[in-house]
Design a protein around this ligand. Structure first.
Ligand code: PMV
Length: 309
């Protein structure tokens, strides 16, 4: 039996503006994962999507189903036909919440198929296969999700430019709180596009602000001054509010985290729900966690961003 996994991710800085060629920073979150096993059988390929309680033969999946798409693309790149096997899928990454669930599921499937067929599939190849599937989920994805998840490393991402992974000189801790509201990225991205079309000057300025924040943040992370990231998170959240992608529940969690002593906080990902993140340390993280739960968070994870994230 073959097993492969892929981590979730958070965007630390620059979501949405990254679609418009501004830089963004994302890091993997290994506490939540997609896991895929492949077991040889005598039957044609069957997909057992345990979280959806759905067991379906590969041929019965719709052509635009993301599961079918990643399997088809991976098999085509290997020039092989579907194996006689059961592919079982289980993920602890909440869906439509900004944690990269779709990209992680696709990455884990591509990695598992590569192991099954004993092929070398490097991070760049996985990332580009997953990007094709992200287009089904998102419409016009920037490519940041597939990149950070396929490379499993912190990335400084600029659409259309070579991948830049970077060093984390001093580890730092992030609380990740889930509003429990599922919010498809495609809709938020589409709304930002419409608003940008209507007032390009205003939106270009907001995107420039986000890009400048991401650049500054990369410097602080590389130089080992992560404690100063908090004020950049607050500034980035304000710009995301101005873009129209926050919501009351996210703002409430951001306020609760800051009042409880977090060094800064912002929404993370597409917005309008999903997750927010807050910069914490070991001495304030339990207080921040309690405050977030008290302000309506459905779940709080603490992750450490470090060299080996
Ligand atoms: O998948 P999410 O919700 O983390 O959002 C992706 C980030 C966006 O910048 C909003 C969209 C994109 O394609 O980069």
């Amino acid at each position: 039996m073959i097993t492969a996994t892929a981590s979730g991710k958070i965007i630390l800085f620059g979501e949405h503006a990254v679609v418009y060629q501004r830089p963004a920073i994302a890091v993997p979150v290994s506490q939540v994962q997609a896991r895929v096993t492949i077991k040889k059988t005598k039957q044609p390929l069957t997909i057992d999507a345990q979280d959806q309680r759905r067991k379906i033969s590969y041929t019965d999946l719709r052509d635009d189903d993301p599961l079918k798409a990643i399997i088809r693309l991976t098999l085509t790149s290997f020039k092989v036909t579907p194996p006689h096997a059961t592919l079982t899928l289980h993920s602890t990454i909440p869906i439509a919440s900004g944690l990269g669930s779709g990209a992680a599921v696709s990455t884990a499937i591509a990695r598992a198929l590569a192991k099954y067929f004993k092929r070398d599939l490097d991070s760049a190849a996985i990332s580009s296969l997953v990007y094709e599937v992200e287009k089904i989920h998102h419409g016009t994805p920037s490519g940041i999700d597939n990149t950070v998840i396929a490379y499993s490393k912190p990335v400084y991402f600029v659409r259309g430019q070579p991948i830049e992974t970077f060093n984390v000189a001093q580890p730092f801790r992030i609380a990740i709180a889930d509003t429990g509201i599922q919010s498809p990225t495609k809709i938020a991205v589409g709304d930002v596009r419409a608003a940008w079309e209507a007032d390009k000057d205003r939106y270009e300025k907001i995107f420039d602000g986000c890009g400048g924040i991401a650049q500054h943040a990369r410097k602080l992370i590389k130089e080992g001054q992560p404690d100063q990231l908090g004020s950049l998170m607050n500034e980035n959240h304000e710009l995301l509010r101005q873009m129209g992608v926050s919501c009351r529940e996210l703002d409430d969690l951001v306020d609760a985290a800051t009042r409880a002593g977090a060094f800064g906080a912002k929404l993370s990902g597409g917005g309008r729900g999903g997750n927010m993140i807050a910069l914490v340390n070991e001495s304030n993280e339990s207080r921040v966690r309690e405050a977030l739960m008290g302000a309506g968070a459905k779940r709080v994870l603490i992750t450490e961003v470090n060299r080996d994230t």
